[in-house]
Unconditional design. Structure first.
Length: 84
């Protein structure tokens, strides 16, 4: 019997910021995406549990992002009126 296991990245987009921000990487001004990147442990290609979670505010043009802590991420979502 074979056990098939591995990892799988999943990204969830929560929307955009209500204020336009300037990206430090590409110097464009736009509404940034609020995203969560998770790496999942998979068993037979089924995601079982997250191994790594990264919460970011991401430039939609160059996809450069600023990592934020869990508390800051929840605060941003609350300010933007986005329910989790």
């Amino acid at each position: 019997m074979f056990i098939i296991w591995g990892t799988r990245p999943l990204t969830k987009n929560f929307g955009t910021t209500s204020q336009a921000l300037t990206c430090r990487h590409c110097n464009n001004t736009s509404y940034f995406n609020i995203v969560s990147h998770k790496i999942w442990f998979t068993l037979y290609f089924i995601p079982i549990f997250p191994i790594e979670i990264e919460r970011k505010i991401e430039c939609p043009i160059c996809e450069y992002g600023y990592s934020v802590k869990k508390e800051q991420f929840r605060e941003i979502l609350k300010e933007e009126g986005i329910g989790v």
